[in-house]
Design a protein around this ligand. Structure first.
Ligand SMILES: Cc1cc2nc3c(=O)[nH]c(=O)nc-3n(C[C@H](O)[C@H](O)[C@H](O)COP(=O)(O)OP(=O)(O)OC[C@H]3O[C@@H](n4cnc5c(N)ncnc54)[C@H](O)[C@@H]3O)c2cc1C
Length: 601
């Protein structure tokens, strides 16, 4: 069994690059220290290997099934999530007064990433529950927190997110689920939700659905402005916390997926033949805003999942490449000489470097974003909080999308390294690829993230978030500009930033002159372009730390730092130059995609 991720790398990212231990200076985290952080990550790694990775292949081959009465899931899943709950991992980042461990979000995300790398299907139940509880923490009433959030943090109730419907996925303004007001202040929900992960199972005492619906009232505005958020329990919860009657939310069927098979995926009917009671969360018609609070963190979580699924594949490919003898060096023409391990071939090293550059860079970016969340939550200097918030706004679509797209590509390279064996179920790389294929689709597709980045985040507050990103990257560039080793990369990043700046100006100009179609026609390419620049920036940061710490490192650690410097060089020489072609296309406001006649497609 190969390791999930390189623990030396995780420690490097957390403590050498992001200085996560410095968070203990804030009151919020004062009860913790580096030793606690190490211990909790050690415990997560152990549990992930012992109880999650151990049944990942079996779960993939034996997906949950519905016999018409109940959903069956292999027993290893319940054992694993129970151990996860007993270990306190569900409440890692929640406040101590809510029953959590009040650990920094960065450390919680690092732990979560280990479970995702081990077995994302099983980990999914815990993550959904954490996300639902987090949403109630932010927008729920005290009574709702007591009744639903606390049992979720304790792991007695699990949660779901019910946004999508058969006819409305990307365009949530078109949802049809209705909430009919009742005299007692509750609502009766009527409608069908599609794709609901964790929607039905026996893993927990109760399931708490967080549901988007439109209130059945003449003054409900059309579109997204008329969406409200409801909490809908599978079993009603009495005032003393005990479970009451079965509520009218029923399983209509399961979806059978390409990957992520362990997380049961459901079609749910609300109020089809019996009353389905729901309670308004937050303000009427402001449901999407409440959901977005939670979705930003969820999106960083999706990016993190994508990064470590790529990472787990890279570890398998690396191990395989060191042990698979095949062929001889190109210059060796002697057919009787001993075959070399495939890691000796330049093309295999290219595939490995491509994976390393993508997964370690993306992992660093997602942890960097988690660190920004901590800056906001820790409650320190007001300017630092405002700065972190704004940077998170523009980085979130990139942190969700770049890993989803390019760490999936890393999974493709991992299969390639294993050749024919990579295409079989004897090795996990094909499963990791299938699992990762979900990430560009859920929590807002790649295309929707592109439009969010260019159409909302770049324009917001007169371009303030974009300018802050440019200033933050420029600061890194200036720090390394005169450097013998990294100066070349600082110069390339400076050029790339200039190209992105002028391209953005042209695009914003098109938006201002009313050419909205042209402005957004190639938003996905803009997302990939800016994403590559952000990744290059992350690599320059990582390489800067590696160079500094290498100087005093013991011999055994030098290869690790050298690997970081080589991955940085790979990214700058093989990947970053692509942005110039993308900028040239974007600057032309190319309308090929807009004008193509569907009849010709
Ligand atoms: C395994 C799985 C688990 C999921 N779990 C959940 C869950 O727990 N809860 C939940 O609520 N949902 C969940 N989803 C739903 C997921 O979020 C949606 O599938 C996703 O938002 C896309 O919606 P759709 O499938 O309706 O595709 P569509 O919205 O129909 O999109 C199809 C394609 O059209 C593109 N497109 C759509 N609109 C536009 C536009 N305006 N401009 C340009 N391109 C556009 C999209 O980018 C996409 O490529 C899950 C989905 C899957 C597959």
């Amino acid at each position: 069994m190969s390791s999930l991720i390189n623990r030396r790398d995780l420690d490097f990212l957390l403590f050498e690059y992001l200085e996560a231990d410095a968070l203990t200076a804030f009151n919020r985290y004062a009860d913790h220290d580096r030793a606690t952080f190490d211990a909790v990550i050690d415990a997560a790694e152990q549990l992930a290997v012992d109880q999650f990775q151990s049944h990942a292949a079996k779960l993939d081959a034996n997906e949950p099934h519905f016999d018409g009465e109940r959903v069956h899931i292999i027993p290893e899943v319940k054992a694993a999530v129970d151990a996860y709950i007993d270990g306190g991992f569900l409440g890692m980042a929640f406040d101590a007064e809510d029953g959590g461990l009040q650990l920094p979000y960065t450390i919680a995300q690092a732990c979560a990433s280990l479970f995702s790398a081990a077995n994302i299907g099983t980990a999914g139940y815990a993550f959904l529950t954490g996300a639902a509880a987090n949403m109630l923490r932010i927008v729920g009433s005290d009574e709702q927190k007591q009744r639903y959030m606390r049992p979720m943090i304790e792991g007695r109730f699990f949660g779901t997110m019910c946004l999508s419907e058969p006819q409305a996925g990307s365009s949530l303004g078109d949802i049809k689920t209705r909430a009919i007001p009742q005299p007692d202040g509750s609502y009766h929900l009527v409608g069908t939700k599609m794709w609901i992960s964790g929607g039905e199972h026996d893993l927990s005492e109760n399931i708490v659905h967080m549901v988007l619906a439109k209130i059945d009232a003449p003054d409900t505005p059309p579109g997204t402005k008329g969406i409200s958020l409801f909490v809908v329990p599978k079993f009603m919860v009495n005032d003393d916390g005990s479970l009451g009657a079965r509520n009218g939310v029923r399983l209509a069927g399961l979806n059978h997926k390409m990957g992520y098979r362990g997380t049961v995926n459901t079609v749910l009917n609300f109020g089809e033949s019996e009353d389905c009671v729901g309670y308004l969360v937050g303000t009427a018609n402001k449901g999407l805003a409440g959901m977005f609070h939670m979705m930003n963190e969820a999106r960083i979580g999706v990016g993190m999942g994508a990064a470590v699924l790529g990472y787990a594949g890279y570890q398998v490919a690396l191990d395989y490449a060191k042990n698979r003898p095949q062929g001889r060096p190109a210059a060796d023409k002697n057919p009787t000489s001993k075959p070399v391990a495939i890691i000796e071939h330049a093309d295999i090293r290219r595939l490995l470097l491509a994976q390393k550059a993508a997964v370690e860079g993306a992992y660093g970016l997602c942890l960097y974003c988690a660190r920004l969340v901590d800056t906001v939550d820790a409650g320190g200097d007001a300017d630092a909080i405002a700065h972190a918030r704004l940077l998170l706004e523009i980085l979130t679509p990139i942190a969700k999308s770049w890993p989803s797209e390019f760490c999936l590509e890393a999974n493709k390279h991992a299969i390639q390294v294993l050749g024919g064996y990579g295409y079989t179920r004897d090795y996990p790389v094909e499963r990791l690829y299938r699992d990762n294929r979900l990430n560009p689709i859920h929590e807002g597709t790649h295309g929707i993230q592109g439009m969010d980045l260019l159409g909302r985040k770049v324009l917001m507050q007169d371009g303030a978030a974009f300018k802050l990103l440019v200033a933050t990257i420029t600061e890194t560039v200036e720090r390394h500009a005169g450097d013998d080793t990294l100066g070349e990369f600082a110069a390339s990043l400076c050029e790339a930033l200039a190209a992105a700046g002028s391209t953005t100006q042209t695009l914003v100009g098109a938006a201002m002159s009313g050419q909205l179609d042209r402005f957004l026609a190639n938003a996905t390419i803009y997302l990939d372009m800016l994403g590559h620049i952000v990744l290059a920036w992350q690599w320059l940061e990582q390489a800067g730390v590696a160079l500094r710490n290498r100087a005093n490192a013991p011999d055994a650690d030098r290869a690790f730092y050298d690997g970081k410097l080589t991955a940085c060089r790979y990214f700058f020489r093989y990947e970053l130059p692509k942005i110039h072609t993308q900028c040239a296309l974007l600057k032309q406001l190319d309308d090929t995609t807009l004008t193509v006649d569907p009849a010709g497609l």
